[in-house]
Design a protein around this ligand. Structure first.
Ligand SMILES: CC(C)(COP(=O)(O)OP(=O)(O)OC[C@H]1O[C@@H](n2cnc3c(N)ncnc32)[C@H](O)[C@@H]1OP(=O)(O)O)[C@@H](O)C(=O)NCCC(=O)NCCS
Length: 180
């Protein structure tokens, strides 16, 4: 199996057998909080999602990988979505579903590995993401991985009874330092 190695994170393909893990992760409101996921998912929904993902990976509009620790614990997923092969950009999404692993550098390392693939193998030019303005841990993680703030989408998300700003953050291929 192809595995991309980072300093602490490893990326591998996602498998159908991972789906019960996703049901557990997204059953936790703390994990869902900053994602566009406001209800827990059933296994049946995850199965349908997985079929869609397989199709998008084959069509090359998405690239989604599982994040594992050095010792093979599956802690999250990271992916590129809406890949545009003409303008050469894509949107990054990430979740570390195992909360015990938050804040230990796995997120930033997994993103660096995915950016290496995006810029050095897929020949993308730009990777962009949106992050809730109150998600300080994620913003710090993205800054560590080399993303810059590009602007504010005012009151773009409704959560916890109110509207929240989102930041657009991006990184261009020439700005990426692979660390190799
Ligand atoms: C966002 C997420 C992917 C980041 O991954 P991670 O492995 O936790 O991030 P990292 O450890 O690489 O980096 C987080 C940084 O924020 C810091 N941090 C942690 N909590 C923080 C807080 N409340 N405020 C500010 N910084 C914080 C950490 O100390 C670390 O910085 P440091 O290495 O300089 O000390 C992960 O926490 C997660 O999946 N959260 C839930 C879902 C989510 O928010 N997804 C992103 C949606 S845009």
């Amino acid at each position: 199996m192809t595995i991309f190695e980072g300093e602490k994170a490893r990326l591998r393909p996602i498998e159908r057998t991972d789906l019960p893990t996703y049901v557990r992760w997204f059953g936790d409101s703390e994990v869902r909080r900053y994602l566009a996921v406001y209800l827990p998912f059933s296994l049946a929904q995850e199965e349908r999602w997985f079929e869609g993902v397989l199709e998008r990976i084959e069509r090359r509009s998405d690239a989604i990988l599982a994040i594992e620790t050095e010792d093979g614990v599956h802690i999250g997923n990271v992916g590129l979505h809406a890949i545009d092969w003409k303008d050469r950009h894509a949107e990054l999404g990430i979740v570390i579903g195992e909360k015990a692993y938050w804040g230990q550098g796995y997120g930033a390392d997994a993103i660096r590995v995915l950016l290496r693939v995006a810029f050095q193998d897929m020949n993308l030019h730009r990777v962009v993401l949106r992050v809730d303005a109150d998600n300080a841990r994620a913003i710090r993680c993205y800054q560590k991985a080399g993303f810059r703030n590009e602007g504010t989408l005012r009151e773009n998300v409704f959560r916890d009874g109110g509207y929240i700003n989102q930041f657009v953050m991006g990184i261009l291929a020439p700005e990426f330092v692979s660390g190799e």
